[in-house]
Write a protein that binds this ligand. Structure first.
Ligand SMILES: CC(C)(COP(=O)(O)OP(=O)(O)OC[C@H]1O[C@@H](n2cnc3c(N)ncnc32)[C@H](O)[C@@H]1OP(=O)(O)O)[C@@H](O)C(=O)NCCC(=O)NCCS
Length: 183
């Protein structure tokens, strides 16, 4: 049975999306082949991660990893996990990661090219940030790549200013580490 995550509060947005055959639901094992395709359609080779590396992130926190399901087809995914504020998992790191932090790190959020630019990303992140599932977190963070900085800033994310800057070397030169206070 499919369990659809309730991410909006109130739920009106999500029920509209469900009525249109669109759902933001928890990631399941059968979703991986299509997730790998969407990743391949989106990122340059330098930013691609192996399936075990992505699965290692989901294994830490299955409750904060989702897919965008459009009429039964996965058209996007969001992988987020508790991770130390000011740090970022290296791309292709497939080691076990402990889920002990009160910062939710959005490791990857990606829509297939056909689904972009229609407000779907905004609705999903707004729903995520207002979800009770985030109550246990004090902050959220993301590494912005591919000119997505404006997108994240529109939710209040800003540069994380700390003397110990996170190591973003595996993310390319234009990457920025951004954070958001959730309290
Ligand atoms: C980033 C992404 C998830 C945004 O989802 P989306 O559905 O396309 O975004 P929306 O249509 O909801 O756009 C919301 C706003 O963000 C802006 N925006 C979205 N993606 C942007 C980008 N890559 N660069 C600049 N602005 C962007 C839109 O112009 C829009 O601005 P507006 O409200 O002022 O008009 C999607 O474009 C995507 O998957 N991109 C490729 C992967 C990626 O870059 N992921 C982010 C990794 S950190």
């Amino acid at each position: 049975m499919t369990h659809y995550a309730k991410l909006t509060s109130p739920d009106s947005q999500m029920s509209e999306q469900s009525a249109a055959g669109l759902a933001f639901r928890k990631l399941q094992g059968r979703d991986w082949p299509r997730i790998m395709q969407v990743q391949q359609l989106t990122y340059p080779d330098t930013l691609l991660e192996s399936q075990p590396a992505l699965q290692a992130k989901q294994a830490v926190s299955p409750d904060t990893c989702f897919v965008v399901d459009v009429q039964g087809q996965v058209e996007g995914y969001l992988l987020a996990l508790p991770y130390q504020l000011g740090r970022s998992p290296s791309l292709n790191d497939d080691r076990d990661m402990a889920a002990i932090f009160d910062n939710l790190h959005i490791h990857d959020f990606c829509l297939s090219p056909a689904c972009r630019g229609q407000g779907m990303g905004r609705r999903i992140i707004q729903g995520l940030l207002s979800s009770p599932a985030l109550n246990r977190f004090k902050t959220a963070s993301v590494v912005s790549v591919m000119n997505s900085r404006y997108f994240w800033e529109s939710f209040g994310f800003s540069d994380y200013c700390h003397p110990c800057a996170p190591n973003l070397s595996s993310y390319g030169q234009e990457a920025s580490y951004l954070s958001l206070d959730l309290s």
